[in-house]
Design a protein around this ligand. Structure first.
Ligand code: ADP
Length: 543
């Protein structure tokens, strides 16, 4: 029998982050772009007061502990207020992904059984289309000021009008740290979206882990601009890690185009940002064309898809900005690993250090255990070469999906990420593919990520995607789909010439197609659609 510890059992609650932030950094700023409204700017102090008003509003709308509330909203200060208000009163915030289809959005709101729907003005038509399919939703609130409300629309009662009538303070209730706080659905590219229910405890531990100096390493001097969506795995927990560190927040709303981002980075002194690779491809191209600089930007966290080496290199060599690649998933809150160096790597020279941190997804972080196993579930050596299924375990990793009857874990209690990866002795992880995207040619694997990564460095390439399609002799062969930068005139022969010295012969794609590359609701290349579109191409060519 162990001896019980004799320390205070204070629960880890999201409201404790807010309470701390406002006491420690009352005058730190939050700046937000909005849908057709002027730039908003206020202090943590004002943020806490308005969050209390929003929490009191939820109570008035009869939202009880355990009830679900949905947002359909961009990266704005109002959305951030709801990030603290809803879990603060014990409710669960379901952050719906507006990039899903109408049908899937309605499915997630119904699956969540939400009571109230808060939505940005730009979703007014969408909400109008699906409102009849939402039997549990009793209240619709437009995230808008009164002046710009769309008259006659659903939810034609503005958030601003409603919170103005509420008290601006609240004794945040204390409850079990294992209570649900956020409900995030996976994108459902295969099957229905599945709900992942983060707890207060998992959110707070994840936020503390992400803030460590071996991870994001925030200080109160940082100015952070989350360009990952608040509705996608809580924007990688930045609303929590940033607030507990006292960072200034800059929220870009839905304006992730490079000119808008560049303007905010310059004007607000952004030191840290994060988002999926596609945003940064466009941003770097914009800097190239305009000659603009990166202002005070020091670090950019990139993940969601593999970061091309060329991107990390350009940021560092041309702009002095450090790229931190992360890997994770909705089921992991979402952080799994982050590509930061160690003395063991650094002492082998700068070239080696760059090679490692620019070509690996990241390194082991406290809080997430990783292992790679073969088809029989036997753990593979951490030698940087043995590839297998990547399994994870930890206090911010899923145990079961929302309303699922059974555990999502394997018999040994680990969660299978669906990714194929290697681990090495220094603790670095390399993803070679998603299991469902693996290309098997003549019994051997071809890594689509490796080829895409190489092609990202080829002049003229905006996005490169490699998918396996059926082949009469080799089972599957890779084809390469390329979206060119505007005005670029890259040809198939030039692409092959670029790849030839860089890959083994049998990896050479059988076909190069030039066309716009479709993206999923979470900003990844939609390989399912590409496979559907080109699935028969090689069989037809051989016939
Ligand atoms: P979705 O709903 O689209 O699955 P997630 O964010 O949960 O959204 O997707 C997680 C998956 O994204 C991971 O399992 C992995 O395949 C991929 N991924 C995330 N980060 C990286 C990265 N840095 N490199 C390669 N793949 C990544």
């Amino acid at each position: 029998m162990t001896q019980p510890g004799l320390m205070q059992p204070v629960p880890l609650q999201i409201s404790s982050i807010l309470k701390h932030a406002v006491r420690a950094h009352p005058r730190r700023e939050i700046v937000s772009r909005l849908v057709d409204e002027p730039l908003w700017r206020y202090s943590y102090d004002d943020f806490a007061r308005r969050t209390a008003r929003a929490a009191n509003l939820l109570k008035r709308l009869d939202v009880s502990p355990g009830d679900r509330v949905t947002t359909l909203a961009w990266n704005t200060h109002r959305h951030l207020e709801l990030f603290y208000a809803a879990p603060g009163v014990g409710a669960v915030l379901h952050t719906a992904n507006p990039r899903l289809s109408d049908e899937q959005i309605a499915y997630t709101i119904n699956h969540a059984g939400s009571r109230v729907l808060f939505f940005d003005r730009s979703f007014s038509e969408l909400v109008d289309r699906i409102r009849g399919q939402l039997p549990t939703v009793r209240g619709f609130v437009m995230l808008s000021d009164q002046e710009r409300l769309i008259p006659g629309a659903v939810g034609a009662v503005s958030y601003e009008t409603l919170i103005a009538g509420e008290a601006d303070s609240l004794d945040w209730p204390e409850f079990d740290e294992n209570a649900g706080a956020f409900l995030c659905y996976t994108s459902g590219t295969t099957g229905d979206p599945k709900g992942v229910l983060y707890s207060h405890r998992s959110v707070v531990l994840h936020a503390m882990g992400a803030g460590l100096s071996g991870a994001f390493g925030f200080s109160a001097f940082d100015v952070i601009m989350p360009c990952s969506s608040l509705y996608h795995a809580t924007a990688w927990g930045l609303p929590f890690t940033g607030l507990l560190s006292g960072c200034k927040f800059v929220l870009p709303c839905d304006r992730m185009d490079p000119a808008s981002l560049s303007e905010l980075i310059g004007a607000e002194g952004v030191t840290f940002s994060g988002g999926v690779p596609t945003i940064w491809t466009m941003y770097l191209d914009h800097l190239d064309r305009t000659g603009q600089d990166t202002g005070r930007l020091q670090r950019v966290v990139i993940g969601g898809s593999a970061v091309p080496r060329a991107m990390a290199e350009t940021f560092q060599q041309r702009h002095g900005v450090q790229v931190l690649q992360i890997w994770g998933m909705t089921e992991m809150s979402p952080l799994g690993v982050i590509a930061t160096s160690t003395p063991a790597i650094a002492e082998r020279g700068k070239a080696h250090e760059n090679e490692v941190i620019w070509t690996r997804q990241g390194r082991l972080q406290f809080g997430v255990e990783l292992k790679v196993v073969d088809e029989a579930g036997v753990e593979l050596p951490r030698d940087g070469m043995s590839a297998g299924s990547l399994l994870v375990r930890g206090p911010w990793v899923i145990e079961r999906y929302y309303r699922a009857g059974q555990s999502a874990l394997g018999p040994d209690g680990w969660f299978d990420t669906g990714d194929i990866a290697t681990l090495d002795e220094d603790g670095f992880l390399r993803i070679t593919d998603r299991k469902k995207d693996v290309i098997k040619s003549g019994g051997e694997w071809i890594s689509s990520i490796d080829i895409e990564n190489i092609m990202a460095a080829c002049p003229g390439v905006k996005t490169a995607a490699v998918v396996g399609v059926a082949h009469p002799k080799w089972e599957e062969r890779p084809i390469l789909v390329i979206e060119r930068h505007e005005g670029a005139k890259l040809t198939e022969a030039e692409v092959q010439g670029f790849l030839e010295p860089r890959i083994v012969r049998w990896w050479m794609p059988d076909l190069v197609v030039f066309e716009p590359v479709p993206l999923t609701a979470t900003g990844k290349v939609d390989k399912k659609r590409l496979r559907e579109r080109h699935g028969e191409a090689l069989i037809a060519a051989v016939k």
